[in-house]
Design a protein around this ligand. Structure first.
Ligand code: SF4
Length: 144
């Protein structure tokens, strides 16, 4: 049997579709995040509203200010992954949200200016990975 080759973009599109279908916007991933206390933009953030903003970025439309603040403060602690009752990789959800906010998906450049320069440099590296057209198995291995 021929092994199916999946581009990074196809992998991301599958992940986005699955996350949008299964996320209940309960906000438990946001509540588990140890970094939110370090962002002034998240002082009064509603977990459900913040996650909804991230899901907007996954839809490739600009999310709210709280979602941008969360995307910026993530340090990949991975606490959010265990917190999700739906088994969604919430850290990856945030990561893909960052990619969208950086314009790595199809979000117009004028809508991606909310994220700082350091993050943009990081996502240029992500784009380089996308250019290699890795298979899904290789992406999973890389993520580990
Ligand atoms: S914990 Fe899971 S289901 Fe709840 S908002 Fe986060 S990703 Fe969605």
């Amino acid at each position: 049997m021929t092994k199916k080759t999946t581009t990074l973009r196809e992998h991301l599109d599958d992940f986005i579709a699955d996350t949008l279908a299964r996320c209940t916007r309960c906000g438990k991933c946001f509540e588990a995040c140890p970094m939110t206390r370090y962002s002034d933009g998240l002082t009064n953030a509603e977990p459900q509203a913040t996650v909804s903003g991230v899901l907007d970025w996954l839809r490739q439309t600009p999310g709210n200010a709280e979602s941008v603040a969360w995307l910026k403060v993530c340090t990949q602690s991975s606490r959010c992954i265990d917190a999700c009752p739906e088994g969604i990789n919430a850290m990856k959800m945030v990561r893909v949200g960052q990619m969208s906010a950086m314009g790595s998906l199809d979000v117009p450049a004028e809508q991606t200016k909310l994220i700082g320069r350091d993050a943009k440099d990081f996502f240029r590296v992500i784009n380089a990975f996308a250019g290699t057209q890795m298979t899904a198995e290789e992406i999973e291995r890389w993520q580990r």
